[in-house]
Design a protein around this ligand. Sequence first.
Ligand code: PLP
Length: 664
Amino acid sequence: MNYKEFINQIENFEDQYSKDIDGSSYFSFPLAPILEAETKLAAPTVKSTAYFSMEYGLAPSIYNTLQLNRPIPEKNKFFKHQVFSNYWISDYVFKIDIHKMLDIPIYSGGLGVLAGDTVKSMADLGLSVVALGILWNKGYFKQNFWYKYGQVPEELSWDPHSYPGLIPLKNRVRIPTRQGELVLRLWKYYVYSYDKKHVVPLVLLDSNLPDNSEHFRKLTDQLYRSDQVFWRILQRSILGIGGMKAIDELKMRPDCYHLNEGHAAFALVEKYVQLADKSRMAAEKKKFVYTCHTPVAAGHDRFQIAELSAIFPDNYVEAAGRFGKEFPDSSDANLTFICLDNCRHVNAVAQKHGEIMRLQFPHFASRIDAITNGVHTHTWVSDPFARLFDKYANVFGDWRRDNNRLKEAGRLLKNDNFRRDIFEAHQANKCQLFKAVKPWKMQENVLTVCWARRITNYKRPSLLFHHVEEVLNIAQKTGPLQVIIAGKAHPMDTAGASHIQNIMEHVDRLNKSHKFFKVLVLENYDTYFGKLLSNSVDIWLNNPLPPFEASGTSGMKAILNGVLQLSTLDGWVVEAEHDDIGWIFGWRHHGPEIGDEGNLRLEEDSKALYASLKDAAALYYRTNNNGAVDIRSPWIDKMIHCVERAGYFNTQRMVQEYKAKMWA
Ligand SMILES: *Cc1c(COP(=O)(O)O)cnc(C)c1O
């Protein structure tokens, strides 16, 4: 593709985008990698992959921030965050006020953040990939706190037409339905590599067009709007069917289709419908690979054939039944089954998850591989830690190019200068976090623990509070504690919402204890807070009920910055059990039964948590006695082991494994 062809495809180029794009630059980043990537994707001789995901958490506000040559509209800026704490006086008067760009709001949580990290590592490695997703016109949702009563979801509004790096194309694709054609506009966002030498184009589909009926226009409003089955079916069709059509429309020629989660399963159906000679499908199926992300039953979509018939023409319904029926007279099409039964390679997202998937789908056990998740090193490393790795370049080498070099950290275990430096880098992060929450008067030499993730039952958000008097006991006898909590519950997840309410009630009752046990609950957890919190606290608390956490990734952001883990044995942590990165507690899963997701084991596991927390607090206050630091402390060994393992739990290593095991 040349420059002229590039700008010709953009809708409203002259009026809207000519100030931000010219022959050499694209929203202040170099243009050349874009033309090169587009050319490669169209070339029949280059091996390329199409990656499908319902959501992408790209976090441009914290990494690779493209620039707009005009003021960013208010709508695309960040909002204020309320805090609910047991230090009431500040809650009434202050909010956390952050002046920054809104992150492109096309993700809800871990799955999207992982997809974003994955695409960034694909760019870092210079791979020829096109990513496909959906432009969510109203994002996921904005979380408002209603003090003591939990969260109230509010609709989010933003303006895609003035979001730096996002461009609308003239191209359209059309999905046939019984209510007429569903027309989709294509957008592009370019995801740059760390050195700005490569990009991965992200193509986003959007139904918000005057050509569509009101009903169709709203389909790409809200991510995971799930109150109606027809919405869910059509949203998945936009990704799978629309995504395949977009690849053709843009004349790209991938030879591998990577379905990130079952949401994109209709891509296989579309492939079959398109084929003139159906006998070629066996060969086409070999191009599809599938990554499964959840051992939780609700994570697997199933639609009745009758529901599909009400939406799609016969050829689509027939194809969905052909690939999606688990047995010949089934009345359902199961999207997970479409992927498992038809894709050439299937992977779980951690070794333990692989074990669980093989129990869940014994029929496919021999085909299920496991490739452990990671995080994008450049996005999640804090400045003080990046400077630390640079300072010890004799050990870490060019860690930016080869993220796996962080594995070398172990060589510095006996280096007292490094031990002092790593603790200081951590304290710098901690001070930055406490600056953001200044009115709440957090203390830099007080042990600080964070629990931040999606609020849902199996993650046990309120485990810490189960016998809160035990925590008060530790805080009074061993040393004071500061706790930060953040997370959104899906608006339809009533159990999740009641966890927030429950936490708030606990915090409210602790108002007299804030001198030695301070608790802050932050509104609107997002990638910005994901980074600030995971980089900065002393201990990252992770207490899902095993074996329901497929992987989890927030702890990986923490270890990259020397933050210790206090975790149950599940997901990625199973692979770090013997690496001395913190404390592992609680019930352990083994054997051939997956177990009951509803039995949260709060009684036994809260006790186990308190025992480990007490050990952690004792070691912390031996290490940091009001600013006097014992640099020989085993706490600092653990910090170094964390960094060492971050050399493994990163998306660069993960994408290299995808390439070698899945795409080849
Ligand atoms: C990293 C991240 C997650 C994923 O956290 P888990 O540990 O996998 O639950 C979710 N939301 C945000 C905003 C994140 O940054």
